[in-house]
Design a protein around this ligand. Structure first.
Ligand code: BEZ
Length: 236
């Protein structure tokens, strides 16, 4: 019988596994040091590789944008600290790419030579590579709960507009008690929860609830303006 290779991986809704680590910005105690902020913990396969370099330049350029959404960035690979430092210095001093230059990575990059953290977070996926982390992205809320997980293979650079969209959508869902439909962006209609004690599905279907539009009894939306979303999420 085929042996089942069982690996424990954190899931959406779990508390983010705790660890202490050495980073390019000093030691961190995760997620305790990040309580009160959203945090994106992400892994990359290796320093001094092209896809990872394009990703780090993009993420570093967007760091202020994420900070305005109360979101901190933490990177990880199974390389050592001196490799991380040399790679980030090379990026700053030498690499110009798509209009980005002199890019300083100010967020911490974890050294994880022992793969302790990478294994705990399911970032080592042997079918893809047993010596490098895949491109994992964990979105962790201010209480330390994992709210979204995305994995990409080694060859596929991430879409950072999508990572930002996820952060804004998660916070919008929390703040307004709604859900977000396919391809939602701030300013698009949002999905309202099922009709309950405050109003019946029939009232909704008959257009009696202000601003609510129903496509069927189970699928109703309402507008929230882009300004209201961004004022709430970005100015907390
Ligand atoms: C890269 O970042 O370019 C890369 C890293 C590992 C494998 C393939 C590509």
């Amino acid at each position: 019988m085929e042996e089942i290779n069982q690996v424990s991986m954190p899931r959406i809704g779990d508390a983010a596994p705790e660890f202490k680590a050495v980073t390019t910005q000093g030691e961190i105690n995760f997620p305790t040091d990040y309580k009160g902020s959203w945090v994106i913990l992400f892994s990359h396969p290796a320093d001094f590789t092209p896809v990872c370099t394009s990703e780090f330049m993009t993420f570093a350029t967007m760091e202020d944008q994420f900070a305005k959404a109360n979101t901190k960035l933490v990177g990880l690979s199974v390389d050592g600290l001196y490799s991380h430092i040399a790679w980030l210095r090379t990026i700053k001093d030498k690499v110009q790419y798509k209009g980005m230059k002199d890019v300083e990575v100010k967020f911490p990059l974890i050294e994880d030579i022992t793969m302790t953290v990478a294994k705990r977070y399911g970032m080592i996926q042997p079918g893809e590579s047993s010596t490098k982390a895949v491109r994992a992205v964990f979105f962790i809320d201010p209480k330390g709960i994992i709210r979204t997980i995305i994995y990409y293979p080694l060859s596929l650079g991430r879409n950072f507009d999508e990572l930002y969209r996820v952060i804004i959508a998660l916070q919008t869902a929390d703040e307004f008690g709604i859900a977000t439909p396919a391809d939602w962006r701030p300013g698009d209609d949002v999905i309202v929860p099922p009709a309950g004690s405050c109003g019946s599905a029939k009232d909704r279907m008959e257009g009696k609830e202000k601003d609510v539009k129903c496509y069927d009894w189970f699928f109703c939306t309402k507008p929230i303006s882009k300004e209201k979303v961004l004022d709430t999420v970005l100015k907390k």
